[in-house]
Design a protein around this ligand. Structure first.
Ligand SMILES: Cc1cc2nc3c(=O)[nH]c(=O)nc-3n(C[C@H](O)[C@H](O)[C@H](O)COP(=O)(O)OP(=O)(O)OC[C@H]3O[C@@H](n4cnc5c(N)ncnc54)[C@H](O)[C@@H]3O)c2cc1C
Length: 535
């Protein structure tokens, strides 16, 4: 039989956190040909995405981000919100803050999917962590003062934030770094194995759609590379790993999704699956800022806390509803401002078509140059309040049959009134930490929202004006047995023979903590499921 270089046993669409783990593991078997397609660049082209302290520089590099905006959000004063995510090998895991948190036992219980409870996912996490090699950062005087303050308002110090019990817990979270190196899924699972002849990695390869035959079997993947249209043939299975904002779009472009939406955009439906793109949710956050009495002495968001801010919500009793991050401005405030000011001030239409965002970004960068500004920033710290268990649900909908066009994304932040109540309660709890004894030697005045913003009404207005994404998009190809689920417990797409989804989109309900570890765990387990299916 002659060798066809375009035939692969497995084709993985998206080289992010989940896709890299999956590709690395599947290609351990030399008899299997694995193709990994990634629209962005090789990570080596952007060395900041490989360095632990390069995370802030990676976040401002336009090449390393997908730039998207949400639909105007009624819950956020009508603003369209910036919804970036990572682009290039390693995906969001190559630009993120390296926070490694598994989630809590209660989070996985709420998934209610057989085989995905806490005791099922922990073995995968443990194996993943042996390869990733995660660890917390060293305590500093500032972080210890934060812990002392939080303890006095009801948090308890927890040495292991990955033990499944997060309610009231506060401590140094694990981070995926080793020395100066970021340990992304790419660094740990793909980079060391680029010499495997059965693993083909194509970057700059933008997937357009999956090709299904009459029996709804994926026979090929169409993609564009260097301006040329290419096709990869699928011998066994294709796996969507493009992230929660892109995997549902690729399904819809391939004819799998809500029939009416597909037809409205001229895509011939292959299978009517109304749940595709539903159930979008994310962790919105707001930041309180303080001008401290002296320079803060840590450089990473390395201290996380979890609590139940809203009394009387219908969450299970052991479930935290909010997450608290102690943010030293010196770590990345300049870069975060360079990223966010253009996104907040340049209208989306001009953001996409002009160089105005770059001009604004450069201007913001310059404003941070003078020494007195830098010294002031060193004293600023933030308390980030993250809505950990949002009730609101939004959508990702096809906006065009053009694979390069952004989907219509409506995260529906604060559509459920309880989310705003929880957020306001969370802001009050965070203020309690900031005002407590432990932080007094450091603490200065609250700069944002400011002492006079006190009533529920004023705090709600602050949240609506300032809320932003935590980049934890989830749920748009929901796993489960309930109506609206897109994949089953083996991650198989309903109605299609040999297609799975393995990324943050399958998460039925977002864990209270963060999403990189769960996404990598999903990639890890997808490899086990594919191997088991192959026999
Ligand atoms: C700035 C930022 C900071 C974050 N900080 C943290 C943190 O500290 N800790 C944490 O736990 N989580 C964090 N997150 C979230 C976490 O990193 C993500 O939830 C997780 O990486 C999602 O993994 P994924 O595999 O689902 O998607 P991704 O890692 O986003 O991967 C999807 C990949 O698919 C590619 N792709 C998309 N469309 C196509 C196409 N058509 N063709 C080819 N390729 C395509 C993308 O370019 C990307 O590389 C952060 C995210 C961001 C953006």
């Amino acid at each position: 039989m002659s060798f066809d270089p375009d035939v692969f046993d497995y084709v993985i669409l998206g080289g992010g956190s989940a896709g890299c783990v999956l590709a690395g593991r599947l290609s351990e078997d030399p008899s299997l040909r694995v193709l990994l397609l990634e629209t962005g660049d090789r990570a080596e082209r952007h060395p900041e995405s490989l360095r632990a302290d390069g995370y802030k520089d990676a976040f401002v590099n336009d090449e390393l981000l997908h730039h998207r905006f949400s639909a105007p959000q009624p819950g956020c004063a009508g603003r369209p919100l910036f919804l970036g995510s990572g682009r290039g090998m390693g995906g969001s895991g190559s630009i993120n803050a390296m926070v490694y948190l598994r989630g809590s036992e209660a989070d996985f219980h709420a998934w209610d999917v057989p085989g995905w409870g806490w005791s099922d996912v922990v073995p995968a996490y443990e194996q993943l962590e042996r390869v990733l090699d995660v660890r917390p950062r060293e305590p500093t005087a500032f972080t210890e003062a934060c812990i002392a303050s939080a303890e006095s308002v009801g948090f308890h110090r927890e040495r292991d934030l990955d033990n499944g019990h997060l309610l009231g817990a506060l401590g140094y979270e694990a981070m995926n770094y080793r020395g100066e190196q970021r340990r992304s899924a790419y660094v740990a699972f793909v980079q060391p194995h680029l010499d495997r002849i059965n693993l083909v990695v194509r970057t700059g390869a933008h997937v357009h759609r999956l090709v299904l035959d009459d029996r709804r079997r994926v026979v090929a993947v169409e993609y564009e590379e260097g301006g040329a249209r290419r096709t990869a043939k699928v011998r066994r299975e294709a796996v969507l790993c493009a992230g929660a904002l892109e995997s549902p779009k690729l399904l819809m472009l391939s004819g799998v999704g809500p029939r009416d939406v597909l037809r409205a955009h001229g895509v011939e439906p292959a299978f009517d699956l109304p749940g595709v793109g539903e159930n979008l949710h994310d962790h919105p956050n707001v930041q309180l800022f303080y001008y401290g009495k002296r320079a803060v002495d840590c450089n990473y968001p390395q201290l996380y806390g979890f609590h139940r801010a809203l009394a009387g919500s219908d969450l299970p009793p052991d479930q935290a509803d909010t997450c608290y991050v102690f943010y030293p401005a010196r770590s990345s405030f300049r870069e975060a401002t360079m990223r966010m000011v253009p996104a907040l001030t340049v209208p989306p239409a001009l953001y996409r078509r002009t160089r105005l965002p770059q001009v604004v970004k450069a201007g913001v960068g310059m404003a941070f140059r003078p020494g007195f500004v830098r010294r002031a920033v060193e004293r600023v710290y933030g308390l980030v309040v993250i809505l950990g268990k949002p009730k609101s649900r939004g959508t990702v909908r096809l906006a065009s049959a053009d694979p390069r066009a952004q989907a219509d994304i409506d995260p529906a932040y604060f559509a459920d009134p309880q989310d705003m109540e929880t957020m306001i309660a969370g802001v009050r709890l965070a203020r309690g930490i900031a005002d407590a004894e432990g932080l007094r030697p450091w603490g200065g005045p609250e700069v944002l929202p400011g002492r006079f913003v006190r009533s529920d009404r004023a705090l709600a207005a602050f949240v609506r004006r300032m809320a932003m994404t935590t980049y934890h998009y989830a749920g748009t190809c929901r796993m489960g047995q309930v109506a609206g689920s897109v994949v089953d417990a083996q991650l198989r797409v309903r109605g299609v023979e040999n297609l799975r989804v393995a990324d943050a989109s399958i998460i039925p309900e977002v864990p209270v903590s963060a999403l990189n570890a769960p996404s990598m765990m999903i990639g890890w387990r997808a490899a086990d499921l594919l191997r088991a299916a192959a026999g």
